[in-house]
Design a protein around this ligand. Structure first.
Ligand code: SAM
Length: 414
């Protein structure tokens, strides 16, 4: 069966399954649902059997009422100060949760952190720039908590026919053409934990985790026969403290971990500009081209209209004539605002009060007359740790024979 991380099923299976529990906004919990287990939360107890088999997105009520939050706090205070508390006649409340199908994004939001992780705004941009798509062989090092591993495995997955009958004209992707994540981690415990999670998530055929120090030993992977095999990667992501030490192992010199018939795209993720400089110098030395550094400054912005209902404003128009007058007022206001915006774009002083921003308590307010006031503010919690992303390309090497063929092709067709 296809991992729920790759294809969203219409309903959760009644067997053991990974799922994400949505407790409240920005509070998720990842778990593997098992018929005999129970999830205990501050919103109540939820036997897994009451969740298994439901449609993703379903709301589930707690099996039994639990003490209200106020009561829980009171009890905690009492137990801290060693005083006894009345348990008779306490207030109780039965809470609920929502069960969601796991996705790479939800996993990133809920995974157990063993290291700093790459968040979705960065990983989505990185995978896009690496050209990662179905069939890509991607190297990642170090694997850390496996956040980027989950994002990349979905990007490279091209076995959508797995576990179902092929439609007319559909051809099964051969195993050796399937996209794969070649993951490296030198911290033994982290490598082992990630291996467990990847297997629980049904992704073990698509992610190969190798426990090794890539800076010292490179990216070749031990094979069953005791020799080594090449990932033949065409995309690489390095989230390491010293990426410049790993780069000498990413050349076309055999035995090479790279796909010799493709151009290679690389991204390194470093928090300090000094690391970026050292990485760029090494990249240049080793023949990487198109070197570019980017920083993703992702911010959520909450924008909403706040209607100010005064004594008269809140009431609807009392006649058609009044409605038309009001409408004209709104249109005039819009025209004035447009004129002022154009003036401002030309560097002139905007005369319309509606464009003036007032700063108060960190909020920016824009007066918009009759339509209500637009209030916007940055969401305070920034779930991303900013690093510099350095991208580079290693061009494909052409043999003399291939150069000749290409020249003939151009002569014939162009
Ligand atoms: N990208 C990961 C994620 O999204 O969860 C986080 C990576 S974490 C910041 C860096 C990891 O690199 C650590 O787990 C560390 O053990 C590993 N590491 C550092 N140097 C390494 C090396 N030379 N070879 C392999 N892994 C290494």
């Amino acid at each position: 069966a296809v991992s729920p991380f790759l294809a969203i099923p219409s309903e959760l299976s009644s067997e053991a399954k990974p799922a994400i529990i949505h407790l409240k906004r920005d509070q998720h919990q990842a778990l593997v649902l098992k018929p005999e287990s129970t999830l205990q939360t501050r919103f109540g107890n939820f036997p897994h059997s009451s969740i298994l088999g439901l449609h993703p997105g379903s709301q589930v009520r707690a099996s039994a009422a639990v003490p209200s939050l106020k009561e829980q706090r009171k009890r905690k205070r009492a137990s801290n100060s060693n005083t006894t508390t009345e348990t008779e006649g306490i207030q109780t409340a039965a809470g609920f949760l929502h069960v969601l199908n796991p996705t790479a994004e939800l996993w990133t939001a809920s995974l157990p952190h063993r290291t700093q992780v790459v968040y979705t705004p960065d990983s989505s941009y990185i995978l896009h720039r690496l050209g990662a798509g179905p069939g890509t062989q991607i190297i990642e090092a170090g694997a850390g908590s496996g956040s980027f591993t989950h994002a990349s495995v979905r990007a490279v997955y091209n076995g959508y026919e797995d576990g179902r009958e092929l439609g007319e004209g559909e051809v099964k992707v051969e195993d050796n053409k399937k996209g794969k994540v070649w993951s490296f981690e030198f911290h033994e415990e982290r490598a082992g934990k990630l291996r467990e999670e990847i297997s629980e998530h049904g992704l073990e055929t698509l992610v190969q985790i190798t426990h090794k120090d890539v800076c010292a030993e490179g990216f070749m992977v031990p094979s069953e026969e005791g020799a080594t095999t090449s990932p033949r990667a065409n995309a690489i992501f390095l989230d390491l403290p010293a990426p410049w030490l790993a780069l000498p192992h990413l050349t076309r010199q055999e035995p090479s971990p790279l796909d010799q018939e493709k151009e290679i795209r690389l991204c390194t993720f470093s928090p300090c500009i000094e690391q970026v400089t050292r990485t760029c110098n090494k990249m240049r030395e080793l023949g990487w081209v198109d070197i570019q550094m980017v920083e993703v400054q992702h911010q959520n912005m909450e924008v909403r209209r706040q209607l100010q209902r005064g004594y008269d404003e809140g009431a609807g128009p009392r006649s058609i004539a009044e409605a038309l007058t009001r409408l004209k007022g709104v249109n005039d206001l819009r025209d004035q605002r447009k004129d002022a915006q154009i003036a401002q774009a030309h560097g002139e002083q905007a005369s319309f009060a509606g464009l003036g921003f007032k700063k108060s308590n960190g909020r920016r307010k824009q007066e918009t007359g009759e339509e209500g006031r637009i209030v916007s503010r940055m969401e305070p919690e920034l779930k991303t740790h900013t690093s510099f992303l350095t991208f580079a390309t290693l061009p494909r090497v052409w043999t003399e024979e291939q150069e000749k063929e290409a020249a003939e092709f151009v002569k014939e067709h162009v």
